[in-house]
Design a protein. Sequence first.
Length: 100
Amino acid sequence: MAYAIDNLPAIHPGSFLRDELAALHLSARRFADHIGVPPNAVTSIMNGERSITAQMAIRLGQAVGTTAEYWMNLQAIYDLKRARAELPPAAREIRQIVAA
């Protein structure tokens, strides 16, 4: 079954974080200090170079008033979209096993 979200491009969660920080008028360094992580952890996420871990999702959710699940879902959607795009042709042919 195809969902409408399947037709959208893969957007790294860092783009959403960048938008949040811009709306709050916060630099990555200041935000990193606020959530107790090294600045490069935040900038790496914002640049799409690092995934959001469960620990980071909790910190992000607490800091910007969302949930950890919000950030984890953004990461999962991004990862699945990338995996589907990179799936080898032979793997696309796998069919469901049906009990006899």
